[in-house]
Design a protein around this ligand. Sequence first.
Ligand SMILES: [Zn+2]
Ligand SMILES: [Zn+2]
Length: 424
Amino acid sequence: MVIKGGRIIDPANNRDDFADITVRNGRIQEILPPGAALPSGEEVIDATGHWVLPGLIDMHAHLREPGYEYKEDITSGSLAAAAGGITTVVCMANTEPVNDNAAVTQYIIRKASSIGLVRVLPVGAITKGLKGKELSEMGLMKQAGIVAVSDDGRPVESAAVMLRALEYADTFSLPVILHCEDRALSAKGVMNEGALSSRLGLAGIPAIAEETMVSRDVLIAQYAGVPVHITHISTRGSLEIIRGAKQQGIRVTCDTTPHHLVLTEDSVGTYDTNYKMNPPLRHEDDRHALVEGIRMNLVDCIATDHAPHAGDEKALDFDLAPFGIIGFQTLLPLLMKIHLEHDIDFSQLLACVTKNPAKILGLDGGALGQGSMADITIFDPGPTWTLTEEMILSKSKNSPFLGWTFNGRVVRTMVEGRTVFVSD
Ligand SMILES: [Zn+2]
Ligand SMILES: [Zn+2]
């Protein structure tokens, strides 16, 4: 197969130019200058006017299966991811039962491969049942196919358990992904704490609920000499702590979400529960700091924290509705928006969803070099379109971006050379 005439943007190989790509046996065989003689008799995909990108890696998502299939399952999640140009989904362990043992890991992997769309890579729990007490069977889960461990959905409250978990995970070379939140400080909060939460009469989650835990975990990582990845950072303070840690040579990486880069707490004024997530949308100053953090390479990755919830759950009052929003099909459009509005190089944003997560998780992927896996997303930067509920392939429709108009759309997604999504 030949992908012809496209603009190849590949941060891993510092590439941004026009070229043709030949694919064989699921891998990239050759990258040829435009106009070069192409092998005859091949299937030709015309990518003229389109961008040819490494398939996106979403390193933080909730697919809800097993246990909460009414919100999402691996099939609907895979369809939505493929439509969003995401070829690898890293799914968190807070299913029912929790992915804290090899049997659940195997179930997820078998189910995903029988669906045969995107690559689904499970994350195992750090502690059994996400209870923060006993460490999970990390070695057996690693053999079964987990790519990292995380208790996401909640923090590891005990510093002693955290320290043992880092040392234990390190013996299996498993990356550790941390949801940093001091739950005594976030308490019953439902939005960012500040003048606005007081005015709206909603309980606040202070920035320090996140920052004290980021600070603690950076110190534990330094003491243990083990790398950590801090997920969904949402405040300027968290970024400053990570900046300082990186300057000291502590091995810490982080991601933020697309919604923390484009939205602020001001949206909560509508009491629309599609603006309720954890960590909450913060102040404009925080949002701005995170965008600059991307520009300065302090924020390593962007991950959706795709968190489907059923319509009747999100229809509850703001203080009762569950935290979380979906994100697969709006990831790339939001990166495009950040690129256009903040004048950040598109390839720098792209690195946050390709090369950088691949490196942190030790994955084969996120690049378009000769011999790379042919996980490829073809994006048409031209059209503008408006997100409607009918376009959402997830079972749940809890997106704050319904009605938004975006620039550019995914036209084809390929996993190991197989087309798993094509736009009509
Ligand atoms: Zn989380
Ligand atoms: Zn999450």
